[in-house]
Design a protein around this ligand. Structure first.
Ligand SMILES: C[S@@+](CC[C@H](N)C(=O)[O-])C[C@H]1O[C@@H](n2cnc3c(N)ncnc32)[C@H](O)[C@@H]1O
Length: 619
């Protein structure tokens, strides 16, 4: 699978991304300036599977977030206990660095060198090193803050060292970034920030590099963050996008993308003016989100989840609850898989699909990009309440397995499943039977799924998870009444929960995803019967992944902002008024350039930046 596959959103199931309290951001205020190296000093570093489908076998998946970032790939350094490690070049001398900063450093290095995901790796490192309470909160703040602020901090380091940041030894670079964050964005005293960084540098890089770290950080400490902006950021009036990129620590192409999605920067044009809302969106992306739970209908209720200490019902989603405190995995309904952790806008996107009116039957739903299963779990609960059934498909076996595990009671559990194409297929879906081997050969007997007679005494499921590439459908055209295409995307709408993601994405990767997104939407429209509905969803506000995909696939009027009743290019569809499906949500309608589409924003809705279009297939 290429870059497009790797960019596939991870969903939010089981994630905890709480910010810490111990080192609250100082709001750009001054760091203490006790160190006092002259501003003009320049410092040198001293050291230096297509067309097939298969049901996910019970027990074959490996759910859990640890493997990508917290398993082997997380790196030995990140998992060895402090007492076991030796200082570099220091023989058996015990480590000087305090355990919190050492843990943060190890995660930062794993992110930089091995592509680890901080939101997956950090919790496991904290657990292994038994860092809890205030220590864990401090580590979380320092780790996420350093990763988010990297662009700003590198710009400052660029003028405080005569060695380019890209040419520094990675451990030295990460110690410096962590040091700058402490100096300029927390209330940690400057002398403590410098001293702990020097200790850390001695442990991970050696004594001479520690001298370099000391000198550079002392220079950094001579100005506040705001003062540094006047030195390192472009003039706001001359280059507003460049200024915001440095100030809020984003690659400039993301600033431009947000500005265009918010209608403040013309497509293909130059940024001008204040870009006030773009700035608000960028700033919101630097604030850790609330942990939001989702009660799965028929399994739990929001009131049960809201009973926890400090928890409260979400503003709009009837299933949503903002978690007050603690680890969401410790909430009984979550550990019992009766509830999930899911952003509120994701819940609302699934709800909008379920609310859209269909003509005729409403028995069979498809989630064609289901892993890890956040929306599938909610859809399955909603479907069950109406006597409908859900097929949850994902091209990747591990992701399909996660979806199966997220959906209470999802199949298969039939030990007699047939083998086809190397995958186990078959199983019962509440009254119907998957077409065994045919499934792997590209044909799912849609009618039989919902319409067949239930085989007496056999276990049936409300939902079934299958491994299936949505671009090469394993089901009959027009088989479904409702289809969700929650396509792989850049994830630019969830940057606040993935602190390093902004540095891993590129505009070129977006271009790679475009054909896949268009193909999946096209298949989704073909998979729904006339009178049925499709929801196209991304966790990205980038117009190339949202409006432009709709415009290309629907063509004509249907694809234009505010698209008229009937698609011009594709005559068999109509774009529904998606904001009208979510009347309880403020500030969704009438915004250019979206028309009948919905774009959630962290700064407007305090949710992820989810995009939603709802389309009905016409007869
Ligand atoms: C944004 S995620 C879906 C999130 C999920 N709906 C949820 O709410 O938890 C996109 C998913 O699409 C899957 N995917 C990528 N290419 C696919 C394809 N060709 N067919 C089906 N699924 C695909 C990825 O494996 C990934 O799990």
């Amino acid at each position: 699978m290429g870059e497009a596959g790797r960019l596939a959103g991870d969903g939010e199931v089981g994630r905890s991304t709480r910010g810490g309290e111990a080192a609250r951001p100082a709001g750009g205020g001054a760091a203490a300036r006790s160190a006092g190296v002259g501003r003009s000093a320049s410092v040198s570093e001293a050291g230096g599977p297509a067309g097939k489908a298969g049901v996910v076998k019970a027990g074959t998946g490996k759910p859990g977030a640890g493997k990508r970032g917290g398993g082997k790939s997380a790196g030995r350094g990140a998992h060895s206990s402090p007492g076991q490690r030796k200082s570099r070049g220091q023989g058996s001398r015990p480590e000087r660095a305090d355990p919190v900063r050492r843990a943060v450093f190890d995660v930062l290095l794993a992110v930089a060198k091995r592509g680890a995901y901080a939101n997956l790796l950090l919790p496991s490192v904290l657990r292994e090193r038994r860092l809890t309470g205030r220590d864990a909160a401090l580590a979380t703040e320092l780790c996420y803050g350093t990763l988010r602020g990297q662009g700003t901090y590198d710009a400052i380091l660029g003028v405080c060292s005569d060695r380019r940041i890209t040419r520094m030894d990675p451990p030295v670079r990460e110690v410096l970034r962590l040091g700058v964050h402490q100096l300029l964005a927390t209330r940690i005293a400057a002398h403590a920030a410098v001293a702990t960084s020097v200790d850390l540098a001695k442990d991970v890089a050696g004594v001479r590099p520690a001298g370099f770290v000391n000198a550079v950080l002392r220079r950094v400490s001579t100005r506040s963050l705001d003062d540094w902006m006047t030195v390192v950021a472009p003039d706001r009036r001359a280059d507003p996008a460049g200024y915001l990129a440095v100030k809020h620590s984003y690659p400039s192409w993301i600033v431009t993308a947000f500005g265009q999605a918010l209608g403040e920067i013309p497509p293909g044009g130059t940024a001008q003016g204040e870009l006030a809302e773009t700035e608000a969106a960028l700033a919101a992306g630097n604030v850790g989100p609330k942990v939001t739970l989702c009660a799965i209908p028929g399994q739990s209720e929001a009131a049960e989840l809201a009973a926890g200490p400090g928890s409260e019902p979400a503003r709009w989603s009837p299933f949503g609850v903002y978690l007050g405190q603690g680890d969401p995995a410790a909430v009984p309904a979550v550990s019992q898989r009766r509830a999930t952790v899911q952003d509120e806008a994701s819940q609302l996107a699934a709800l909008a699909l379920a609310r859209a009116e269909v003509t005729g039957s409403d028995r069979l739903w498809l989630d064609m990009c289901a892993g890890p299963g956040g929306k599938a779990a909610l859809l399955a609960g909603l479907a069950a309440g109406r006597g409908a059934h859900l097929l949850a498909a994902d091209a990747r076996e591990r992701r399909a397995a996660l979806a199966r595990d997220a959906i209470p009671g999802a199949g298969p559990a039939d030990p007699d499943n047939k083998q086809a194409g190397g995958k186990q297929v078959g199983g019962k879906l509440a009254g119907g039977e998957l077409a065994g081997g045919e499934l792997a050969d590209g044909e799912l007997a849609g009618d039989e799924l919902a319409g067949g007679e239930q085989a007496g005494g056999e276990q049936a499921h409300v939902a079934l998870a299958v491994v299936a590439d949505g671009t090469v459908p394993a089901w009959r055209p027009g088989a479904f009444d409702r289809v969700l295409a929650d396509v792989p995307c850049s994830g630019l709408g969830s940057l606040r929960r993935r602190p390093e993601a902004r540095w891993r994405r590129s505009a070129a990767q977006l271009a790679e995803l475009g054909p896949l997104q268009r193909s999946l939407l096209g298949v989704a429209l073909d998979s729904v019967r006339p009178g049925g509905v499709v929801a196209y969803v991304t966790c990205s506000p980038h117009l190339a992944e949202t409006r432009d995909v709709l415009a290309d696939v629907l063509g004509g009027e249907g694809g234009r902002p505010g698209g008229s009743a009937r698609g011009g290019g594709r005559e068999d569809v109509e774009v529904l008024d998606a904001p009208a499906l979510l009347p309880e949500v403020a500030d969704l309608s009438g915004r250019e350039p979206y028309g009948k589409y919905v774009q959630f924003w962290p700064h407007r809705h305090q949710t992820d930046g989810i995009f939603l279009a709802v389309i009905r297939r016409l007869g």
